[in-house]
Design a protein around this ligand. Structure first.
Ligand code: ADP
Length: 518
């Protein structure tokens, strides 16, 4: 069967081989299993249902993008595959003609907007068709946890029930959170689906996290070294964008800016200048980038930490679309976390949603503190199982790092958390270990604890950082909420008992450029 599929891939689409994950997904669909394919944008989802459609009778594709349907259908016809679309742009006569042809089994694929399923008159006509495969594109739209909930997707499962014969169902999305996947499986009423998460690795991207102050200095020297390259600097707010932009212009860089506070013509001009390389670096809020397909972006710098890894990976992923080497650098400072916590706290979301946002935020913060492979961390977060241990393509795997044993420090921190009865945040624990005489410490009598001042030789900032390293490595955890409290996790016990040693990576040569520029 797969041999046949590979033959069709070449014959109809002209590709010599499958992209990562396509083969497994197609194999699963051809075995008649309900299948979920989670692949990033550009990963090659379409082939995953278009190819099986050639081997099945008729495939119905639910797609939310009406504007793209005609292109997709034209594209398929160009490849010699019979296809049609049904959406609100057709008048009654055109619709009848398509349906008449469809009843005769004329089409391999029929694209349809989910909203059509909300009309009974319409589903009565469609359910007569012999649909063997139902492909649901952008399937995260079924979930309220996703970023664009479309209620019409909820009509898919009831519609399937009315069909004469239940088709195989294949659902596709680029959104990989567990909540969304669970909703897709439940709300589409999938039957023991195979779930594949694949294609998230971008081998040409180098990932780096830079902790601590000096963001401006970093950007200035980085840009000086990369003058002739295109790049994007993402900042959290319009004000930040304006300030960084002004700073860069003063320093003589060909910088443009983009945020929602600018007029539409201003934004358009800025975008064009960037696309046509008239300006090299674009300073922008997250409003920039949607639908922009510039292939030669060589770096994406995040001046502030974004709210979660989904947002980060999407923005960082705008680098290196041409598969050439590119760098994704996140400049981290603790204030970034406070800002994101504040934004979650002041949002109108439901308590469950907020908890979910806090958890995602914590994963983002952990990314900034982990000493594990950053690429591996990202891939594991998105659920891709074959994440590497050591990728040689991130700041944690590059060779200018050294492992330092911090077992003793870790034991002191963990026992201090325990003695403070797991009721305080990172800064308070650090203050106690430092032996600070601040009021809150004294008021709680923490100066009497045996842990008090145990790390007095370390700068308080360094102690805070060590605590965050332990959080990132899963020895301790933070509770959700605006004022998170440090708690011991099961992983702490072996360290406290002296059965496990703890290491962290430190950078040896601070001044060395991130990437070998040669
Ligand atoms: P997605 O829907 O996941 O964003 P597409 O299905 O549009 O991605 O595919 C992204 C690009 O990859 C398209 O240009 C497509 O032609 C190309 N592509 C898909 N499968 C293959 C393959 N096996 N070999 C080479 N290119 C492929």
């Amino acid at each position: 069967m797969m041999q046949k599929a590979a033959g069709l891939l070449k014959k109809y689409f002209g590709y010599p081989s499958f992209k990562s994950g396509q083969e497994q997904i197609i194999g699963s669909i051809l075995q008649g299993r309900d299948t979920v394919g989670i692949m990033p944008t550009g990963g090659g989802k379409s082939i995953c249902y278009q190819l099986p459609a050639l081997l099945y009778g008729t495939t119905l594709v639910i797609s939310p993008l009406i504007s793209l349907m005609k292109d997709q259908v034209d594209d398929l016809r160009g490849h010699g595959i019979t296809a049609a679309f049904i959406n609100s742009s057709l008048d009654y006569r055109e619709l009848s003609a398509v349906l008449a042809q469809a009843r005769r089994g004329r089409y391999k694929l029929i694209y349809m907007a989910p909203e059509r399923l909300e009309s009974e008159q319409f589903t009565d006509m469609v359910k007569e068709l012999d649909i063997q495969l139902l492909a649901v594109d952008e399937a995260h739209c079924i979930s309220q946890w996703g970023h664009d909930f479309r209620p019409a997707y909820l009509s898919i499962a009831p519609f399937v029930k009315e069909l004469k014969r239940r088709p195989v169902i294949a659902a596709f999305t680029a959104t990989a959170t567990t909540e969304v996947t669970r909703d897709m499986v439940n709300l589409l009423a999938l039957d023991q689906p195979n779930v594949f998460v694949t294609g998230f690795d971008r081998a040409n991207l180098f990932f780096a996290v830079i902790n601590g102050a000096g963001k401006r200095d970093f950007v200035e020297s980085y840009l000086a070294e990369n003058r002739d390259k295109s790049g994007i600097i993402y900042a959290a707010t319009r004000k930040d964008v304006d300030q960084i932009h002004t700073f860069l212009q003063q320093k003589g860089f060909a910088a443009g800016k983009y945020h929602a506070g600018m007029t539409a013509p201003e934004r358009e001009l800025s975008q064009e200048q960037f696309i046509y390389d008239e300006i090299r670096v674009m300073v922008a809020t997250n409003a920039f980038g949607m639908g922009i397909d510039k292939s030669n972006v060589r770096y994406v710098i995040h001046y502030h930490m974004p709210k979660n890894l989904e947002a980060y990976y999407q923005e960082a992923g705008r680098a290196g679309r041409d598969d050439g080497p590119a760098e994704c650098i996140l400049l981290f400072s603790p204030q970034d976390v406070q800002i994101q916590r504040f934004l979650i706290e002041s949002s109108t979301a439901s308590p469950e949603r907020r908890d979910s946002e806090y958890r995602k935020l914590q994963s983002m913060v952990d990314y900034c503190h982990t000493s594990r492979c950053l690429r591996g961390y990202i891939l594991q977060y998105f659920g891709q199982s074959e994440a590497p241990e050591n990728c040689a393509g991130c700041s944690n795997c590059s060779s200018d790092r050294e492992l330092v044993d911090i077992t003793m420090e870790a034991q002191k921190i963990l026992s201090c958390v325990w003695r403070m009865r797991e009721q305080f945040g990172v800064n308070m624990v650090a203050s106690v270990l430092k032996g600070s005489r601040n009021k809150k410490v004294l008021r709680n009598g923490f100066d009497k604890l045996t842990s008090y001042g145990l790390l007095q030789d370390y700068p308080e900032k360094e102690i805070q950082h060590l605590i965050k390293v332990l959080i990132a490595e899963g020895y301790i955890g933070l509770t959700d909420g605006q004022y998170p409290v440090v708690r011991l996790l099961p992983g702490a016990a072996p360290v406290l008992k002296g059965e496990k040693r703890v290491f962290r990576q430190v950078r040896l040569k601070k001044s060395q450029p991130l990437l070998d520029q040669s």
